[in-house]
Design a protein around this ligand. Structure first.
Ligand SMILES: NC(=O)c1ccc[n+]([C@@H]2O[C@H](COP(=O)([O-])OP(=O)(O)OC[C@H]3O[C@@H](n4cnc5c(N)ncnc54)[C@H](O)[C@@H]3O)[C@@H](O)[C@H]2O)c1
Length: 298
């Protein structure tokens, strides 16, 4: 298929904004589809970006946006996150699962593949009941299974990525936005109390964006679902990394544990992509604090 626009759902969100910035910097035309008004790099007059304000639950809007703008690639990011799915489970199911099907249907009609989409580490079954720990995770798991069936039934290829905690400039909402909030507070010389403790996979947005870009060039022979990393850091290590940049950062650790991911496996992604631009915790912390310092003129 000739190279056309990249259709990015959730283009007004955290990962969407970062991806659109990277895509347009590479000269790609982008169609940003989001319920929320366009902002930042997806702002109405941003060069190389067509914005479509629409609801992923509406099959016609999704189909039209893909076909009318000649998209040749899809990155599907639009979703409701953990607290929103907990509060509004029916809406969460519609947005996260029906929306996913609408995207696959559009991909099928346009002959696009692989569809690159974000699942989540929350999709992994875990104790005590060997199930995802929240409805958001159940919906994400379901999207992975739906994607496999779309490949069997219709040949639509897909790459499902399971991030855990992505941090960096632009991360404002969601249960795991706390790392970014802590780095921002340190940059602004404010006190910050961590809501959780424990080990998690903290990945800087620049690394995750690089993974998206490489996935767009990949040609998987079957549906891929993969963790992004097997590396974890503790919240104490995050605090230490922040204090290496801001030695007197006023950070208060939490004694509320958050369940650590286990059995991580990113072999499918490494097999597909080889390598990508790694950003370790120290470098990611430095970049994030530098961004917030620049914003506040410090
Ligand atoms: N950020 C992370 O750490 C993380 C971790 C795991 C998985 N993910 C997944 O990555 C994706 C992007 O995450 P993010 O952090 O950028 O989230 P975000 O909340 O910043 O962005 C999601 C976007 O989806 C849009 N959206 C919500 N409902 C919609 C609807 N009905 N129609 C159209 N658009 C709608 C929102 O307006 C928002 O702009 C999501 O699928 C999320 O589940 C993110």
């Amino acid at each position: 298929m000739a190279q056309g626009a990249v259709f990015v759902t959730g283009g007004s969100g955290f990962l969407g904004q970062a991806l659109i910035t990277a895509l347009t910097a590479r000269g790609r035309q982008v169609v940003s589809f989001d319920l929320a008004p366009p902002r930042g790099t997806a702002a109405p007059k941003a060069p190389g970006v067509i914005t479509v304000q629409g609801d992923i639950r509406d099959p016609d809007s999704v189909m039209r946006a893909v076909l009318d703008h000649g998209a040749s690639d899809i990155v599907h990011l639009a979703a409701m996150v953990i607290p929103a799915c907990r509060e509004k489970p029916v809406l969460g199911a519609e947005v996260n699962m029906i929306g996913h099907i609408n995207v696959l249907e559009a991909a099928r009609a346009a002959g696009i593949g692989p569809v690159v989409y974000t699942s989540s580490i929350a999709a992994r079954p875990r104790p005590p009941l060997d199930s995802p720990a929240n409805l958001y995770g159940v919906y994400k798991r379901c999207c992975e299974e739906i994607s496999k069936v779309y490949f069997m039934d219709h040949g639509v290829a897909s790459i499902g990525l399971r991030p855990n905690v992505v941090y960096g400039p632009g991360r404002e909402i969601g249960e795991t936005a706390f790392v970014t909030h802590a780095m921002r507070a340190a940059a602004e010389r404010k006190r910050y109390a961590f809501p959780f403790s424990g080990a998690m996979c903290f990945q800087h947005v620049d690394e995750v964006t690089d993974i998206f870009l490489r996935c767009l060039d990949a040609k998987p022979e079957k549906p891929v679902v993969s963790d992004l990393t097997t590396e974890t850091n503790t919240t104490d290590e995050v605090i230490a990394a922040i204090r290496r940049v801001v030695p007197d950062a006023d950070l208060i650790a939490s004694d509320t544990p958050r369940m650590a991911p286990s059995g991580l496996d990113n072999t499918p992604l490494r097999t597909l992509l080889g390598s990508w631009a790694r950003v370790d915790l120290d470098e990611g912390t430095r970049r994030t604090i530098a961004h917030f310092r620049q914003l506040t003129g410090q």
